[in-house]
Design a protein around this ligand. Structure first.
Ligand code: FAD
Ligand code: NAG
Ligand code: NAG
Ligand code: NAG
Ligand code: NAG
Ligand code: NAG
Ligand code: NAG
Length: 524
């Protein structure tokens, strides 16, 4: 009964009492030392509860007083503690949401409509690098910034092909098929994962050999939240030159952006693998016609080579952009990660160790895949519509290269050959609240509807890491759960959905690991 004293009066008063108490009691009787429990379990009455909760909320939309809050936040320091936590949570039927970096676009890692606890991985963030072997074991709570920095401390000619935002958590990012500016050369992050450690629903720690190839396949792109707690991934480092070259060149409609984007569509997925040219599209005030808005395309490039070579490639294959040598910037790979994350020039490398979010804006994102080039006329209409929306931005990310060489079934991440580029729709706003949220979300939903004729069909595909609850969700109970899940499941995973369901049914038949868009269990 001693453990009762750990918790204050308000704890007993709280609305989630029963399950939380049973859970805490179970942990108090586990292998975790009792004096460690107060550092691991944060109730709504703990002084640190709000800070711990807020630290890894990345979307202002879910940072409000009305957002459903967890009964508990559980912050283990040891992998063995994760085992005890899962065993106890399963025993008392406490729903766990798993959080690594907290960037889930719909807040699924830290919100829920029903009683739940967050299992927060931020204390588990060691990175064990082996330069000789060109590998690293990275724990789920590490950020990409910490990973990139660690690689750079040990080698100036190695890198890892993962995301652009440096606060992304390894746990969510890699399990969801995370990618970055080297995907045309090296594929996505999951294409460079060689082993993993996971805690399954029975509280067992399993590596690749022990979990088997099916589960190892699933946690490379199938999303972590359905199968277990990813403790760490073992990754292969990839070679990069001492310097890479980047540029950002902007063209408005008045500067023939429509023609240039049209040409980009025909070459972006066919360039040499070393070259990645992203297009960022937004509505901006016209500089030539005051009071009028125009569309602006920013061409942002990563080239694993020098600027002379880059300029000659662009002259030959994409002269419409009119790239000049002065537009190019040669820098080390590590500096390029700061450039891509939009840090000011000359920001020191240490800045990427900062785990704090740099934005508190609310946002809504959506995604699409494009398989046939959009005509010039339709591009013009799309840009007009974007101007009309004022707030919808688009990021067009080219595929091809290595992406087209890897079969769709190789990992759970399915979007491979046949995709010219992926669209991300981005909409940000300052003022949160039901009315403002709805108004802004409606605008991006309408825009997404408008794009229907130009993008992939049957199913209209989407990228799991750009989580979008509009494309379907499930409450994971009732006879319709499987059918509901199939709707978003085929958009995120194409033909890989069925295999994911089989793996799920085998490794977590009671559906302990679940969220609003998890993989369902097959009904027998
Ligand atoms: C500003 C910004 C920039 C981004 N840039 C990119 C980019 O360049 N490339 C890209 O691919 N994506 C990008 N994303 C999307 C990002 O990859 C996904 O949101 C990713 O899921 C984030 O992982 P996380 O650990 O930070 O998030 P979390 O919210 O912690 O987790 C995301 C999902 O994974 C689950 N999960 C988390 N940790 C674990 C674990 N240890 N075990 C099992 N399941 C787990 C969660 O339950 C949740 O469902 C960006 C997102 C933001 C907000
Ligand atoms: C609460 O936060 C403070 C400041 O970060 C820290 O020193 C302390 O250990 C935390 N307490 C618990 C119980 O986690
Ligand atoms: C736009 O294209 C037209 C016709 O091809 C050309 O004459 C003009 O110089 C271009 N404008 C710019 C800013 O490149
Ligand atoms: C664009 O123009 C509008 C009205 O002309 C103005 O209110 C707004 O501040 C301008 N935006 C920027 C970014 O300059
Ligand atoms: C890399 O680029 C920097 C900045 O332009 C330059 O000072 C340095 O000499 C280059 N290094 C190599 C190896 O080319
Ligand atoms: C969440 O709200 C707190 C308090 O208002 C604020 O300090 C923090 O920056 C916000 N975070 C995000 C991501 O919106
Ligand atoms: C939010 O507010 C800040 C500060 O007022 C402003 O600079 C920014 O442009 C606004 N962003 C959006 C998306 O409205």
């Amino acid at each position: 009964m001693l453990q009762l004293l750990l918790f204050s009066f308000c704890y007993f008063n709280s609305f989630h009492t029963a399950t939380s108490y049973l859970f805490s009691d179970c942990l108090a009787n586990s292998k975790i030392p009792k004096n460690q429990l107060k550092n691991i379990i944060h109730t709504q009455c703990s002084t640190n509860y709000t800070t711990v909760l807020d630290d890894y909320i990345r979307n202002g939309r879910f940072n409000t007083s009305t957002t459903h809050k967890p009964a508990l936040i559980i912050t283990p320091f040891q992998e063995s503690e994760v085992q005890e936590i899962v065993s106890c949570a399963k025993k008392v039927n406490l729903h766990l949401k798993i959080r690594s970096g907290g960037h889930d676009y719909e807040g699924l890692s830290y919100t829920s409509k029903t009683t739940f606890a967050i299992l927060d991985m931020f204390n588990l963030r060691s990175i064990d690098l082996n330069i000789k072997e060109e590998t690293a074991w990275v724990q789920a709570g590490a950020t990409l910034g910490e990973l990139y920095h660690k690689i750079w401390e040990n080698s100036k000619v190695h890198a890892f092909p993962a995301g652009v935002c440096l606060t992304l958590g390894v746990g969510g990012h890699i399990s969801g098929g995370g990618y970055g500016t080297m995907l045309r050369k090296y594929g996505t992050s999951v294409d460079n994962v060689v082993d993993a450690k996971i805690v399954d629903a029975n509280g067992r720690i399993m590596d690749r050999e022990c979990m088997g190839e099916d589960l190892f396949w699933a946690i490379r792109g199938g999303g972590g939240g359905s199968f277990g707690i990813v403790l760490s991934y073992k990754i292969n480092l990839v070679p990069v030159p001492k310097n890479v070259t980047v540029f950002k060149v902007r063209r408005t409609l008045e500067q023939n952006a429509t023609d240039i984007v049209y040409s980009w569509q025909n070459i972006a997925d066919k360039f040499e693998k070393e070259l990645f040219v992203r297009v960022f599209l937004q509505a901006v005030n016209s500089t030539t016609t005051p009071g009028k808005m125009t569309a602006r395309a920013s061409f942002i490039a990563m080239y694993l080579g020098d600027s002379d070579k880059l300029v000659s490639i662009m002259d030959e294959k994409f002269p419409e952009l009119g790239l000049k040598k002065e537009d190019c910037n040669e820098m080390s790979w590590i500096k390029s990660t700061l450039f891509w994350a939009d840090f000011p020039e000359n920001t020191p490398e240490e800045a990427m160790l900062n785990r704090k979010s740099r934005s508190s804006l609310a946002f809504k994102m959506k995604s699409d895949y494009v398989k046939t080039p959009i005509s010039k006329g339709n591009l013009g209409t799309i840009f007009d519509k974007m101007i009309e929306s004022k707030i919808v931005w688009m990021m067009w990310n080219p595929y091809g290269g290595r992406m087209s060489e890897i079969p769709e079934t190789e990992t759970a991440f399915p979007h491979r050959a046949g995709n010219i580029y992926k669209i991300q729709y981005l909409t940000y706003w300052n003022e949160t609240g039901p009315a403002s949220d709805k108004a802004n979300i409606d605008i991006v939903r309408k825009f997404h509807d408008f794009m229907t004729p130009f993008v992939s069909k049957n199913p209209r595909q989407a990228f799991l890491n750009y989580r979008d609850i509009d494309i379907g969700s499930t409450d994971n109970v009732g006879p319709n759960a499987y059918g509901e899940a199939r709707v978003y499941g085929e958009k995120y995973f194409n033909g890989n959905f069925d295999r994911l369901v089989q793996v799920k049914t085998k490794v977590d038949p009671t559906n302990f690991f679940r969220n609003e868009q998890s993989i369902p269990v097959l009904k027998n």
